[in-house]
Design a protein around this ligand. Structure first.
Ligand code: PMV
Length: 396
C-alpha cells in the first residue's frame, strides 16, 4: 500500500456530434471537456475511511474494522463485473444511509463503497483513507460528472493499492498512466457508472479516462488518433430536460415520418464522420478553413436536431446571440434545454469573447470559456494544482 497523498483529476465530456442519432445506430463523437473533477486521497491511521464531497455537502465516515469484518463475498463475481441488485442492497446496509437520503448522495456513496471494497479487498487489510472529491462540473447537466467521479475514484484506489503504479515521478507536475493501466481504470470506472446509472453506454467514463475525442458506434468505442484541443464556450441554459422523454420523442417522430426523419439521422451520421475526418487532419496547427468546416457542421447539425424536435427556445436564443457575433453554436447532449457549445476560432480577441459571455449571461444562462479535447485522467503533484482547487479540496 502506498503511503503518499495522491491528487487525481479527470475531465467531463460533451457530445460534439451524433446525439440522438447514436440511439439509432449512427456514429457519435464525444470529446473531453476541460472542466475537471479533482480527488485527493490521503492514507491515514485513524482506522476510518472518510469520504467528503463538498459540491453536494456530503461528509461520511466508516470504521475500517467494521468494513473489514463484513462478509464481502457478495462482491466476489470474477474480476470486474456488473453490480447485481443483491450487491446494491448489501451495500446500502453497509453504507448505513438514512431512508430520506437524497438520490445523488445515495448513488455517490454506493459507487464509492462498491469501488473501495472491490478494489481494496485484495489488500491484507482494508486501508484507512481520507478522500475528498471536488468538481468544476455541474451535476446532472449531461456533462459526465458522475463518470469523472468514478474515474477519479478508480484511478486513486487502484494506485494506492498498487494494482497499478503511480506514474508521477520526482519533479513531475502532472503525468498519466500507461494504456494498460488506463484500461483497468476505465473498467472499474464503468462499474462505478453502472452503480450510478444502471445501464450506461460507457462513453462518459471512456472519454474521462482517455481524454481527447472518441467515436461511439453501435456499442463500440474507439479513440481518435489525433484530435486538437479546441476553445469553446459552454453555455448552460439551465432549462431542465428529460433525456428519456426527448429520446422517446425522436423515436415517435421517426415512426411517424420515416421517410423524413431517417434521412436526417443519416445526414447527422455523415456530419459526425466529416467532423472526425477534419479533426484528424487538424493536427498541431489547424488552418482557418478547417474551422470554417467545423462551424458549418455545427450549424447543419443544430438545424437537424431542431427538425428532430429536440431544440428549445433557450437554445435558439444561444444560437442567435452567438451568430450575431459571427460564432456558431449547437446543443450538446439530449437538448430540450440543457447545454450548448460555441466554437471559438483562434485569433478571436478576448474582449469579443468576454462580450459574448456577457450577452449570454444576461439571457440568464451560465457561460464558461473552456476547451475540448483535454487530457484524460491525470495525476498531479501538490504544488501544480492551482490555489482555487487546493482550497476547494481543503474545504475552504
Ligand atoms: O445529455 P447526455 O450527455 O446524457 O446525452 C444524451 C445523448 C442521447 O443521444 C440523447 C441519448 C443517448 O443515450 O445517447
Amino acid at each position: 500500500m502506498l503511503s503518499e497523498v495522491l491528487l487525481v483529476s479527470a475531465p467531463g465530456k460533451v457530445i460534439l456530434h451524433g446525439e440522438h442519432a447514436v440511439v439509432h445506430g449512427k456514429v457519435a463523437l464525444a470529446v473531453s471537456l476541460n472542466l475537471r473533477t479533482f480527488l485527493r486521497l490521503q492514507p491515514h491511521s485513524n482506522g476510518k475511511v472518510d469520504l467528503s464531497l463538498p459540491n453536494i455537502g456530503i461528509k461520511r465516515a466508516w470504521d475500517v474494522a467494521r468494513l473489514q469484518s463484513l462478509d464481502a463475498s457478495f462482491l466476489e463475481q470474477g474480476d470486474v463485473t456488473t453490480p447485481t441488485s443483491e450487491q446494491v442492497e448489501k451495500l446500502k446496509e453497509v453504507a448505513g444511509l438514512p431512508d430520506d437520503c437524497a438520490v445523488t448522495e445515495r448513488l455517490a456513496v454506493l459507487a464509492f463503497l462498491y469501488l473501495y471494497l472491490s478494489i481494496c479487498r485484495k489488500q491484507r487489510a482494508l486501508p484507512s483513507l481520507d478522500i475528498v472529491v471536488w468538481s468544476e462540473l455541474p451535476p446532472g447537466a449531461g456533462l459526465g460528472s458522475s463518470a469523472a467521479y468514478s474515474v477519479c475514484l478508480a484511478a486513486a484506489l487502484l494506485t494506492v493499492c498498487e494494482e497499478i503504479p503511480n506514474p508521477l515521478k520526482d519533479g513531475d507536475c502532472v503525468n498519466r498512466w500507461t494504456k494498460e493501466d488506463l484500461e483497468l481504470i476505465n473498467k472499474w470506472a464503468f462499474q462505478g457508472e453502472r452503480m450510478i446509472h444502471g445501464n450506461p453506454s460507457g462513453v462518459d467514463n471512456a472519454v474521462s479516462t482517455w481524454g481527447g475525442a472518441l467515436r461511439y458506434h453501435q456499442g463500440k468505442i474507439s479513440s481518435l488518433k489525433r484530435s486538437p484541443a479546441l476553445q469553446i464556450l459552454l453555455t448552460n441554459t439551465k432549462v431542465p430536460r428529460n433525456t428519456r422523454a426527448l429520446v422517446a420523442g425522436v423515436r415517435n417522430r421517426l415512426l411517424k415520418f420515416p421517410e423524413i426523419v431517417a434521412p436526417l439521422l443519416t445526414s447527422i451520421d455523415a456530419i459526425s464522420l466529416e467532423c472526425e475526418r477534419v479533426l484528424g487532419e487538424m493536427g498541431e496547427a489547424p488552418a482557418p478553413e478547417q474551422y470554417v468546416v467545423l462551424e458549418e457542421l455545427i450549424d447543419m447539425n443544430q438545424h437537424h436536431l431542431n427538425a428532430l424536435g429536440v431544440g428549445h427556445a433557450s437554445l435558439d436564443q444561444l444560437c442567435q446571440v452567438t451568430r450575431a457575433r459571427g460564432l456558431h453554436s449547437k446543443l450538446t447532449g439530449a437538448g430540450g434545454g440543457g447545454c450548448g457549445i460555441t466554437l471559438l476560432k483562434p485569433g478571436l480577441e478576448q474582449p469579443e469573447v468576454e462580450a459574448t459571455k456577457q450577452a449570454l449571461t444576461s439571457c440568464g444562462f451560465d457561460c464558461l470559456e473552456t476547451s475540448i479535447g483535454a487530457p484524460g485522467v491525470s495525476i498531479h503533484s501538490a504544488t501544480s494544482l492551482d490555489s482555487r482547487v487546493q482550497q476547494a479540496l481543503d474545504g475552504l
